[in-house]
Design a protein around this ligand. Structure first.
Ligand SMILES: NC(=O)c1ccc[n+]([C@@H]2O[C@H](COP(=O)([O-])OP(=O)(O)OC[C@H]3O[C@@H](n4cnc5c(N)ncnc54)[C@H](OP(=O)(O)O)[C@@H]3O)[C@@H](O)[C@H]2O)c1
Length: 387
């Protein structure tokens, strides 16, 4: 049987089981009533109202996301192994790194076929007999990338997810594991920053960028924020200034090459930390603007262009170039350190010190949501919701 045929027949089984769940009888009774028409091997042992199949966004080969990502169904296991948990994914964003992974251009190469999506939030529906860390109804986020969060249901190992506070809004929880922690680390791990210090960043309107400027505000830092020119530039400048407060300067990537900007910089305190999400010419300009002993940290490569740095900056200004990857940071740090960082993020979300710009899309409309990602005027992060 071809993969496609197998998938649609599985979906049909899911449909028959789901229809039967309309009955008001208890689950166990429902299972026995289904047994009359459904072969025993398709019956489920879960005690809740769960379909036999999960909807997933899968790719079988690496390539352009629009070409290789397919919305499909796959059977869920009929019962859980002792250390497994059944999770309903509630929401999951489409992040640039997810798409890089699908293209085969990321630091982690998935085993194919794979389900897309690295970040998200879910709720625990069932736990295996040996599971101690999680229980039904816990709100959970992935502990590592590569689990495949673009799905509605999934069976995972209990260590793949960790519990988070129940009072975090779902969309925020879905986007809390990657970009805000990256912003925190960028501000904490490279330069000892004190109140009044100046930092500079590009892609300032990215999710990482807006997290950086809000955490910077809490620490009394001044920020120079570079964005690409766009039709709604002025509107976006106002939004970023609202988030960052009075010490927030927002400029375009065209303006930073002008004599007027250079004059402005020569009269101001020089930035000592540069956060590079883009590469190419903007990164070169940022390196030029940094003061003596400045540190340029690269964490993204959105322009897909290499970084060229004039030799003189290394010799005469002792420029330091570093890189950051959250995945490595999470591997290198203890459970306590990871928890402390997560708590800071959740605290900032709860106290409304951290705003994220998000737009939600029904998971079933995945192709349209993916299309939205390539809209050049898009600003808000696309988050898929399964309900
Ligand atoms: N190293 C790590 O651990 C780590 C962790 C988190 C994120 N990241 C990386 O950080 C980057 C941003 O992630 P995010 O989720 O914050 O992204 P996001 O919210 O989707 O924002 C993307 C940003 O990139 C800009 N951009 C897109 N294409 C560009 C181009 N060709 N040239 C210049 N700028 C461009 C966008 O500007 P416009 O609005 O003008 O399009 C926007 O500012 C990604 O590369 C991601 O992989 C790395």
């Amino acid at each position: 049987m071809s993969q496609q045929n197998m998938l649609s027949s599985v979906a049909l089984r899911g449909f028959s089981l789901r229809s039967s769940s309309n009955s008001k009888s208890s689950n166990r009774n429902r299972s026995s009533s289904v047994q009359l028409s459904v072969p025993a091997q398709y019956l489920r042992n879960y005690s809740t109202n769960i379909p036999a199949t999960a909807k997933i966004v899968r790719y079988e080969t690496s390539g352009s996301p629009k070409d290789v990502l397919k919305f499909q169904t796959e059977p869920l296991p009929k019962s859980l192994k002792p250390s497994e948990v059944l999770i309903k994914i509630l929401a999951a964003p489409i992040n640039p790194a997810d798409l890089n992974m699908v293209e085969g251009n990321y630091g982690i190469k998935p085993t194919l076929p794979a389900v897309g999506g690295n970040e998200g939030v879910g709720t625990v529906l069932e736990v295996g007999s040996n599971v101690k860390r999680l229980k039904p109804k816990d709100l959970v986020v992935p502990t590592k990338p590569g689990l495949g969060t673009w799905r509605d249901f999934g069976v995972f190992n209990e260590t793949d997810f960790e519990k988070i506070p129940a009072d975090i809004p779902i969309e925020y929880a879905a986007c809390s594991s990657v970009n805000p922690p990256t912003a925190l680390r960028l501000l904490e791990d490279f330069v000892k920053l004190k109140q009044g210090d100046v930092i500079i960043q590009n892609a300032a309107n990215s999710s990482v960028g807006i997290s950086v400027l809000q955490f910077a505000r809490q620490r009394g830092l001044k920020t120079i924020n570079i964005m690409r020119m766009r039709p709604d530039f002025d509107e976006l400048v106002d939004q970023l200034k609202q988030l960052g407060g009075e010490n927030t300067m927002v400029v375009s990537d065209e303006y930073i090459t002008t004599p007027a900007f250079k004059r402005l910089m020569s009269d101001s305190k020089a930035p000592i930390l540069g956060l590079n999400c883009v590469g190419g010419e903007t990164a070169t300009e940022m390196a030029r603007i940094l003061g003596n002993n400045g540190v340029l940290v690269t964490y993204g490569g959105m322009s897909r262009k290499p970084i060229k740095i004039p030799t003189s900056l290394f010799i005469f200004k002792n420029l330091q170039m570093k890189g950051f990857w959250l995945t490595q940071w999470l591997k290198d740090h203890s459970a306590e350190e990871r928890e402390a960082m997560r708590n800071k993020i959740f605290q900032a979300i709860k106290s409304k010190d951290l705003t994220l710009f998000l737009e939600t899309w029904e998971f079933d409309k995945f192709p349209a949501a993916l299309e939205r990602i390539s809209d050049p005027t898009r600003f808000r992060k696309v988050v898929l919701k399964t309900q």
